[in-house]
Design a protein around this ligand. Structure first.
Ligand code: GLV
Ligand code: GLV
Length: 328
């Protein structure tokens, strides 16, 4: 009997095809709506492998109800939606999609920074809404980007790719990370500094750090108060790294100038959320890695990882590396 694989979203058939040759594959039939939690539970109960989205919660109770599970391939670099320690205890391999999305996510992050600094969305709406009466010196004037200081919190592959873009704008690059990043320092001229120093010195504070117990609400009231009042905050990692109430307050009181946000604590964010009522917020629907090219590569990588695991081979990318020797 072929192993059963459940995919929690409708993906293009041609990308899933290789998996169909080696497994019985079922997909949730909607492209834009997540699979209901109860249905996921029923499917996971039979599944040897799951191909999941970052919006699916894979917690201990779901893992408890999934006795046959060998691998979960998450269509994302982040894996905070999965209880990795519990999965590891149960010998379930967790795969993510690092590296293949770094440039695409850095493009979006820098684009979001630019859109926020130069008020691009506000300006485009201004024209379309017929508000443009004439040219004036400070009309929709924003903040310069070139030659300013960017502080990158979380200097992994995406942080490095972002720093590379910042060098083209002749920005001074500061970074904070759990460990020093030699590539960033030597090739991109990035300067390591403490979190507090980065906050006080940066014109642009960009959050790219993964969500963990340590980084939850890292950007809180104290953090925003340490930033320059002209600072622009950009978040392209996970919403919960930010205390959103504190961010709203910081934007309202002028502790910081503006924010560009691709991620939120609750996604989709409620349309009446105070963040969305602020003119100095640019909000995007979590599209960091969303180019057609990169999403296609990410899907292929997930499919390939599942096939490799089912054939007792090393996956190409793995989160819980300690399981490698046992599975291969
Ligand atoms: C997107 O947020 C990802 O983790 O890939
Ligand atoms: C602006 O368009 C200028 O010519 O300065």
């Amino acid at each position: 009997m072929k192993p059963y694989v459940f995919i929690t979203r409708k993906l293009p058939d041609e990308l899933v095809k290789p998996l169909m040759d080696v497994a019985e594959v079922e997909m949730w039939n909607k492209e834009e709506e997540p699979v209901p939690a109860q249905l996921l539970r029923e499917k996971a109960n039979r599944a040897t492998a799951l191909l999941t989205m970052l919006s699916d919660t894979i917690d201990e109770s779901l893992l408890d109800a999934s006795p046959h599970l060998k691998v979960i391939a998450n269509l994302a670099v982040g894996f905070d939606n999965i209880d990795v320690p519990v999965a590891t205890k149960r010998n379930i391999v967790i795969c993510n999609t690092p590296d293949v999305l770094s440039d695409t996510t850095a493009d979006l992050t820098f684009g979001l920074l630019m859109a926020t600094a130069r008020r691009l969305i506000e300006s485009a709406n201004y024209v379309k809404e017929g508000k443009w009466q004439g040219w004036s010196p400070y009309l929709l004037a924003g903040h310069d980007i070139h030659h300013k200081t960017i502080g990158i919190v979380g200097m992994g592959k995406i942080g490095q790719a972002l720093a590379k873009r910042a060098t083209g704008f002749e920005m001074e690059i500061l970074y904070h990370n759990r460990s020093r990043n030699e590539v960033a320092e030597q090739q991109l001229n990035a300067t390591y500094c403490s979190f507090d120093d980065l906050l006080t010195k940066s014109d642009y504070v960009v959050c790219l750090t993964p969500l963990t117990n340590e980084t939850k609400h890292l950007f809180n009231k104290q953090a925003f108060q340490k930033m320059k009042s002209s600072a622009i905050f950009v978040n392209a990692s996970r919403g919960a790294v930010v205390d959103e109430e504190a961010l709203v307050e910081a934007l309202q009181t002028g502790d910081i100038a503006a924010a560009g946000l691709d991620v939120f604590t609750k996604e989709p964010i409620d349309v009446d959320h105070p963040l969305l009522s602020l003119s100095n917020v640019v909000a995007l629907p979590h599209i960091g890695s969303a180019s057609i090219e990169t999403r296609t590569v990410m899907m292929k990588l997930c499919v390939e990882n599942i096939i490799r695991l089912l054939q007792n081979q090393d996956p190409k990318t793995i989160v819980n590396k300690e399981l490698l020797s046992q599975n291969c």
